[in-house]
Design a protein around this ligand. Sequence first.
Ligand SMILES: [Zn+2]
Length: 417
Amino acid sequence: MQHIIDRFISYVIIDTESDANSETTPSTKKQWDLAHKLVADLKNIGMQDVSIDDKSYIMATLPSNVQHEVPTIGFISHFDTSPDFCGANIKPQIVPNYDGKDILLNADKNIVLSPSYFKDLLLYKGQTLITTDGTTLLGADDKAGLTEIVTAMEFLINNPEIKHGKIRVGFTPDEEIGRGAHHFDVDKFGADWAYTMDGSQVGELEYENFNAAGAKIIFKGKSVHPGYAKGKMINSMLIANDFINELPQGETPQETKGYEGFFHVHHLTGSIEETVLELIIRDHNKKKFEKRKELIEKITKKINKKFAKQFGEDIVTAEIKDQYYNMKEKVLPVKHIVDIAEQAMKEIGIKPLIKPIRGGTDGSQLSYKGLPCPNIFAGGHNFHGKYEYVPAESMQKAVEVIVKIAELTATEGTARK
Ligand SMILES: [Zn+2]
């Protein structure tokens, strides 16, 4: 266990915060620091064809050790951390044999990680927790994933009696700003399918995510002196308000769960002459997703019609852009790749928790680029903030799942291409 903790800590102490405002890849230069270390680690444990490209995407191979033909599988994680919270000067704290009580993260600032608020903590009584010092995030998202993949490959190399096919490993920058899959060369990776190790609690296995679009809606207006405005002024902010009121009641992120979709107004700026409204549209169901986009068009038309005479041209314009799609469509035709992961968990005594993601993963984009890619737990909790923590035992379990998936894929009869 100490080995896995040491490796994890060697990754989290390197600051790799990504930056959505940057146009480069990786988005921040500092991500190269960990990228170079990962390349060295992969070489050190004996991986082959270790490569890093000019955008810092890392790939490596563990060759097959069986004679028969086995599908090539991949394991993927990302090495950047979220810009939502400080990712520099991370000082991980180790809580051995967790007693189920409050954990004082920072005495000076009185920051406490408490099971009375974060009930999940109680799942890990008696285990070794790795936490922050209350001033940064931890970066278990997704350095736990990196740790698990490297450790599992090392285990397979050191235990050649475990039979497996060709395994490809991929580490990406900039996942947290939605670009992890953008420059991922699926052909070069050359796997039949892959798994992102980027989920949370032990047992999580995900192959359904939202269909996603973003809309930018611009309202025009006419500014006139308020004293002489009767019948002349058009206040774009009030039109935007009408637009929001036309959206269905109760379909917001805070009022929905499970498979329920939503509209989420996340940005609004305005003056009398112009108001810009930005919202996102999410739905697991493709048909309902399309209907939601149509509704935006419909409301736009309705308002334009109402102001056609007075304004003379379209008073509202809506620009809708698809962002990503539900990977289920790409994964269901090859459902055995989920079944193998589920079976692997069961064989090592983990209860699989299969549920739809209310968001997206790099795996959804990769699935649409031709690499079906469900998501598996990496073990951490409370991502993107100071309460982030990961039990070392959960990382160990993830290592076992990776090894078992490799083993099952190479077992004739289990895997199909
Ligand atoms: Zn992640």
